[in-house]
Write a protein that binds this ligand. Structure first.
Ligand code: PBG
Length: 328
């Protein structure tokens, strides 16, 4: 017998059933969005060395992967395209038969409304210098010129059958430009998920391997992505995107930015998504491979914490692994 009264919490921790009864948050399979990479001209899938278990897909391996995800109950994917050729304008990003457009159409032809296709809208995967926008004569990202291009990309992604357009380039005014572009071609019912609070993070390294992107001259994106020292600007960015017409907003990365997710979800009445990014996934995989941590347990803890912070849904490379575990 304890000499002092036990707390209510302690009494409710005794068995896993009691703990489940009073759990404040749940991670469910509907929370998961799987990021998928599709590469033009690929015959069969190629594993990304810094993202074990994640692949650059051909169209047919992409469809197989989605079939597997659907069998686990994961019904949402976010697509990134890797073109066969990159150029200075990123022109393959907006072609009707561009890699992401073709992949989107193939998914829709095969799965219809069963799978929500979120198309990432950015230029870095398509452009030779690796920045998220068009460069001006001084080598700086030209915000306005980039908006014109984003609008064209949104239109062809919509025509290909995208369910949600997700601009990730952090250009000012991108949501408004895309909203107008979509409305002009008859897609006023297509939602926009804005990567509103996107930090200039060192956790995107493996992603850049996945999409074969290197910023020219060893440069970075600190000129347009947010400084991790700040949280107030994230609230302004989100507010502006909502005013411009964003239907959902995203915070990225997730784990080091739980304060931002928490603040945003309290402050704004739109769904707040979180992106558990490539570096977050790779760290778990690397440590688990050495036997230093239990990879699945840490993943569930990460994603559970992201939910607790207030995220409505989570983009995660662990989607299939977690769905398998949740289904057991
Ligand atoms: C930009 C984009 C990036 C990611 C998603 N969209 C990289 C960047 O801004 O450099 C990173 C996602 C991840 O690390 O998993 N198109």
């Amino acid at each position: 017998m304890s000499s002092f009264p036990l707390t209510r919490m302690r009494r409710m921790r005794r068995t896993s059933q009691l703990r489940a009864l009073v759990a404040e948050t749940q991670l469910v399979v509907q929370d998961l969005v799987a990021p998928l990479f599709v590469r033009e001209g690929l015959e069969s899938l190629v594993e990304i060395p810094s993202l074990p278990g994640v692949f650059q897909h051909s169209i047919s391996s992409l469809l197989e992967e989605i079939q597997y995800l659907v069998s686990l109950g994961v019904n949402a994917v976010t697509l990134f395209g890797i073109p066969a050729e990159k150029d200075g304008q990123g022109s393959c990003a907006w072609e009707q038969d561009g890699v992401i457009q073709v992949a989107t159409k193939a998914i829709k032809d095969n799965f219809g409304d069963q799978v929500v296709v979120i198309t990432d809208l950015c230029l870095d995967e398509y452009i030779s210098h690796g920045h998220c926008g068009i460069l001006d004569n001084h080598g700086q990202v030209d915000n306005d010129a980039t908006l014109e291009v984003y609008k064209k990309i949104a239109q062809t992604q919509a025509q290909a059958g995208s369910d949600i357009i997700a601009p990730s380039g952090m250009m000012d005014g991108q949501v408004l430009a895309i909203r107008k572009g979509l409305d002009e071609v008859g897609f006023s019912n297509l939602p926009i998920l804005a990567y509103s609070a996107k930090y200039a993070s060192s956790l995107y390294g493996p992603f850049r391997d996945a999409v074969n992107v290197e910023v020219q001259g060893g440069g970075d994106r600190k000129g347009y992505q947010q400084d991790y020292k700040n949280s107030k600007e994230a609230m302004i960015e989100i507010e502006l995107d909502i005013q411009e017409g964003a239907d959902m907003v995203m915070v990225k990365p997730a784990l080091a930015y739980l304060d931002i997710i928490s603040k945003a979800s309290h402050r704004f009445d739109v769904p707040v998504a979180a992106y558990h990014v490539s570096g977050e996934y790779a760290m778990i995989k690397a440590a688990a491979e050495r036997g230093w941590i239990d990879g699945l347990a840490v993943t569930l803890e990460h994603l559970g914490a992201i939910k607790r912070a207030g995220a409505s849904f989570i983009l995660t490379y662990s989607a299939s692994e977690v769905a398998e575990a949740l289904g057991e």
